[in-house]
Write a protein that binds this ligand. Structure first.
Ligand code: TRP
Length: 459
């Protein structure tokens, strides 16, 4: 079907096996569902705490605009113009033997690896729904210790990992409209409602609301290190699900009459607003009980449960349901990237692709679910969970994002881009300029920092 030209080919629109979103709202909710995940509810609040609050938040907001938004527009353009999975997209837009398809391969591989450990954390979130329903009690040490006990218990971690993967497989097997879109329309509004409720609780029923707002929105630049700024940049990238073809794949199911720019802005704004609201809800509790905001990765599973022992299950159960829903809509997009490759390029049916690849990812994830399994990595014994997390966040996503950006800016035909963007005016020229000179430099900084190669940093 490809002759090396990337002219818009109307017959592709009717390809029967491929899905297409039923409505604009459906696409927005699915894409927002991909973006809003553990990154927003777990990671953003804790790294904000570690890096001291407001100034970090400001750099993060700037990064979303200059790195995240242009790259999201680029991914959606590549996806919608090619109507393909990440590997097929680069082939279609360049030529069938193009080396750029390696970018797509890296994306499919990233989806595979990320979902394998993402599912394990998502499993802990589900386990905590039930733990909170039973109520947290005992001393602070005892409550915090429950998390270590869960992580260290392979049978429990595997049980929840299994349940989470079964849910992802079930939804993705249903297809683009009747699986992903339908479930996003149920899960995302519930998530918004729970989060608004929790924010209202934090602001109006606790005494920590005002301090939370100050902490998040009053920048203190003396706390802003180069390390903090680079982490903010890297996080902007991760939280918008960029760099591995997830947005590209979702873009490939978009209708041609929708504005990519408008939708990318909507998704980025929603993702950012949700991260900030999660921050407010969590920090209001943290400050209400005079707890340390810089608790690190244990903030959600260790610090919060101690506070939940005071508030009761009315707050904690919805909180962990929120976390599970956020993880689920991200998990399905990770799986969809891998599955779409087998549907388009190998001509497998959707059910077969989903079952086989979902099972493979599940089995691979067992490595991460067993915390006792460690191997030497970067000078110390580490579990697979940490290793995969490290490799994907620091290497795979930034490399993928860097290449995607270069492809869009320097290789993809301008006429194709303009046909997706809607016009070739000043806005378009601005986008191309940013994609050529600003975004790649920013992503390169994240990558070099992840490789510990930046000359002006201490490692
Ligand atoms: N954006 C997700 C989050 O905030 C994580 C993520 C990164 C992701 N890359 C992805 C999710 C690709 C789906 C697809 O938690």
């Amino acid at each position: 079907m490809t002759d090396g030209s990337d002219m818009y080919q109307p017959e592709l629109e009717r390809a029967p096996a491929r899905g297409i979103w039923g409505s604009r709202v459906g696409f927005i909710l699915a894409a927002t569902g991909s973006a809003i995940g553990l990154g927003n509810i777990w990671k953003f609040p804790y790294i904000t705490g570690v890096y001291g609050g407001g100034a970090f938040v400001l750099v993060y907001l700037i990064s979303v605009v200059i790195v995240g938004l242009p790259l999201m527009i680029a991914e959606l353009m590549i996806g919608r113009h090619s109507k393909k999975n990440p590997v097929g997209a680069f082939k279609t837009l360049h030529h069938p033997r193009s080396p750029w398809q390696l970018t797509g391969w890296l994306g499919v591989l990233s989806g595979f690896v990320i979902l394998s450990f993402y599912s394990v954390v998502a499993g802990w979130a589900m386990a905590y729904i039930f733990k909170s329903a039973a109520g947290f009690s005992g001393t602070a040490e005892q409550i915090q210790g429950e998390y270590g006990a869960l992580v260290a218990d392979p049978a429990l971690s595997i049980l929840w990992h299994t349940i989470f993967m079964v849910l992802c497989i079930g939804i993705v097997a249903g297809g683009v409209q009747r699986g992903i879109e339908r479930w996003s329309k149920i899960l995302m509004p519930t998530l918004f409602a729970i989060l608004l409720g929790l924010m209202a609780y934090g602001l109006f029923w606790t005494d920590g609301g005002a301090r939370a707002m100050n902490f998040l929105f009053k920048p203190d630049f003396s706390k802003l290190s180069a390390e903090a700024a680079l982490s903010a940049l890297g996080h902007a990238f991760f939280t918008l699900s960029l760099g591995m073809g997830a947005m590209l794949t979702y873009g490939s199911y978009m209708r041609r009459d929708e504005s990519i720019t408008r939708d990318a802005i909507t998704v980025s704004v929603l993702d950012t607003v949700i991260a900030l609201i999660a921050g407010i809800a969590i920090y209001a509790l943290v400050f209400n009980f005079d707890t340390d905001p810089a608790a690190g990765p244990g903030l959600i599973f260790q610090t919060l449960p101690v506070l939940f022992a005071e508030t009761g299950p009315w707050i904690s159960v919805p909180f962990f349901i929120l976390l599970t829903f956020a993880a689920l809509t991200s998990g399905i997009s990770l799986l969809e990237v891998v599955v779409s490759y087998f549907i388009d390029e190998r001509r497998w049916g959707r059910i077969k692709s989903t079952l086989i690849l979902g099972t493979a990812i599940y089995l691979f994830g067992l490595l991460s679910a067993v915390a006792a399994l460690t191997v030497p990595f970067r000078g110390k014994q580490q579990g697979f969970f940490d290793i995969f997390d490290f490799i994907s966040t620091n290497y795979m996503l930034p490399i993928g994002g860097f290449l995607t950006c270069l492809f869009a800016a320097w290789v993809m035909k301008k006429a194709s881009m303009i046909s997706e963007f809607g016009s070739g005016g000043i806005m378009f020229k601005g986008l191309v300029f940013v994609l050529r000179f600003v975004t790649p430099v920013a992503v390169l900084l994240v990558l070099l920092h992840g490789l510990e190669l930046l000359p002006f940093m201490e490692y």
